[in-house]
Design a protein around this ligand. Sequence first.
Ligand code: FES
Length: 302
Amino acid sequence: MQRTLLDRIDQVADDVVSLALRGADGPLAPWEPGAHVDLALPNWLTRQYSLCGDPADRATYRVAVRYDPLSRGGSEYIHRFLRPGRPLDVSLPRNHFPLLPAPRYLFLAGGIGITPVLPMLRAATAAGRPASLVYAGPSAATMPFADELRSAYGDAVRIVATRQHGRPDFGTLAAGLEPGTLVYCCGPASMLAAAEAAFPAGQLRTERFQPAPKVFAPATAFEAACARSGRTVQVDADESLLDALNHAGHSVPSGCREGVCGSCEVTVLDGEVEHRDDIGAPEGRMFACVSRALSPRLVLDL
Ligand code: FES
């Protein structure tokens, strides 16, 4: 964790605030466009937010938070109670949505999904790559950073107020896509589904804030053998590997508990894993909050 102080909190759209978090102990850890951090809130909740500032600014991280009326306590706390000057712990940045090299880019963002796209668009443009953005939201007033984007990128940015103009037609965009264009999409589930239906899978990268609905084999009990501690932990059919490990005294960190943030990654030395996350676990790793064993036993590097 890195210690920060909440330097500023600014209203950047209806129901969206931007937080500027200044490193309390000097420069903050470096990051690349697409990265996110876990924010440890004073009400004991941990929430994940994409970094939307400038990676060259090592003094400050910027994140933006939309108030969610169905909030499980994170966005509500931030909007109602956080004030400048508050110390906040922030994790090291993680990046499951990196900007890969490509001759040109098309970015698609919906609502608060603009946050990881801001530094991506800036980096692609700075690298001299043709890059355009289609940014959709119910109305201009609900869309953070729309004015900043318009003045920085002019015609390369198309702002679509969907209540007035309807959703952007991804089929038309896909038909006109120049060869080699890499498409990045971040937004609500309906937008990701529309992008997945319109663009070839090899050209599309998406980031989810919520897990995609999936069907898995029924959960069964299994054993987790922890190679370093020598302990074997029983994981019941109705509990997660994360909870079982933590109850047994292994402190495995967690954030979303939904397989989208990557905080709870553990190394698997042996056994067959059913990956249930939305990140794509690297070879030999699993996300303990949602993923389980298909074999009766897993051996973990814990
Ligand atoms: S806690 Fe977020 S992926 Fe497991």
